[in-house]
Design a protein. Structure first.
Length: 365
């Protein structure tokens, strides 16, 4: 036993069970209500959630089946055609470029920055200035930190902008709630997110000129029970997930405050210089707390030996995935992907758990 660390503890990378236990009565009721009502697809609980989400995000809202389907429907709503060019960061989960590729769009890869791993606006400016006919730009909020959206929109001009906010629900950019300030914003409610349900779920929020189309497209292009205005998809949010989300929406600000508390202690006590540099204009909600380390696998194993779980998102840039094999040189993406490591940072972490992570990490780094 190393000096000062104390008895071994188990601190998982995430702890959904503790979140559930703190809202067990309300969440069990949300599920039972759907079973008792026997209304599982669309229905009043979905519409209630969409209304609640629209109020929270100050924009029109459409519930969908996942964050991936949110991206698909957002790209489609922009009326992009096969062959159209869309700018997408490589440092993101695969679904961000994947849905563009599924629609036949041509991806123009953009690098991340090394401060907070969001889109590199210098790189973006060069791309937009140098490549004609860019039809859309996607920015990805990373680990709870928002992109520099004003700069992105200044560069974009009349080009539509999509915000992939899968990891930043409840965050703010210059005091504006995420979802309220871009053409379209996509959320994921996968269980690893700040705001989550009991399976897959997602939403698109934004301008009504887009969300009306999305609302129909998620349900086979339907305008009436047996009337289909156009060919759409089956990407509906189900009632059970919607009702779970109705409760989670009342808790997400508290959960985010709890994450920020953990992050504040890490920022003050971890003996490493490569923490995320949160910009002054960002209200970071820390979907993950990440640092950059050398000898990552060695550190992961040492933390595991001490009972501490970790995560790696993402060990390879999307542009280098076998599905793409791009030859683009994205220096920052490569650098971050090779070093990024996420530590436990979740609601209801206890002081002794946080301090144990700090002590062990400082000992092995």
């Amino acid at each position: 036993m190393e000096k000062g660390i104390g008895k071994k503890m188990e601190v998982p990378y995430a702890n959904l069970k503790r979140i559930y236990d703190n809202s067990k009565k309300e969440l069990d009721k949300a599920v039972q209500d759907c079973i008792d009502n026997s209304w599982f697809i669309k229905g009043p609980k979905v519409f209630e959630f969409e209304d609640n989400l629209a109020t929270y995000c100050k924009a029109d809202a459409v519930g969908v089946s996942s964050g991936t389907s949110a991206l698909l429907l957002a790209y489609e709503a922009l009326n992009l055609k096969p062959g159209d060019k869309i700018v997408i960061p490589s440092f993101t989960f695969i679904s961000t470029p994947e849905m563009a590729s599924k629609l036949g769009l041509e991806i123009v890869w953009v690098d991340c920055n090394k401060d907070n791993y969001t889109i590199n606006t210098d790189n973006l400016g060069g791309i937009v200035a140098g490549i004609k006919d860019i039809k859309a730009i996607v920015g990805v909020d990373i680990f709870g930190h928002t992109c520099d959206w004003d700069t992105i929109k200044q560069i974009a001009g009349d080009i539509p902008v999509v915000q992939d906010a899968a990891q930043s629900f409840g965050g703010r950019y210059k005091n504006k709630i995420n979802g309220s300030y871009n053409d379209l914003t996509c959320f994921s409610f996968y269980p690893a997110k700040n705001m989550f349900c009991f399976g897959d779920g997602g939403a698109v929020v934004g301008k009504s000129k887009y969300t009306k189309n999305i609302s129909m497209s998620r349900d086979h292009g339907r305008t009436d029970k047996y009337v289909h205005e156009f060919l759409g998809w089956n990407e509906r949010l189900d009632s059970l997930q919607a009702n779970v989300l109705n409760h989670m929406l009342t808790m997400v600000d508290d959960h985010n405050a709890s994450r920020r508390r953990v992050a504040k202690i890490y920022n003050e006590e971890l003996k490493i210089d490569t923490k995320v540099n949160t910009a002054s204009w960002c209200h970071n909600v820390y979907n993950q707390y990440s640092v950059l380390v050398s000898k990552r696998e060695t550190i992961i194993n040492k933390l595991k030996d001490k009972g501490i779980g970790t995560g790696v998102m993402w060990p390879i840039g999307s542009h280098k995935q076998p599905a793409y094999q791009s030859k683009d040189l994205l220096q920052h993406t490569d650098y971050v992907s090779e070093r990024v490591l996420s530590l436990p940072c979740w609601p209801y972490m206890q002081d002794n758990e946080i301090e144990y992570v700090v002590k062990v990490f400082n000992n092995v780094i």
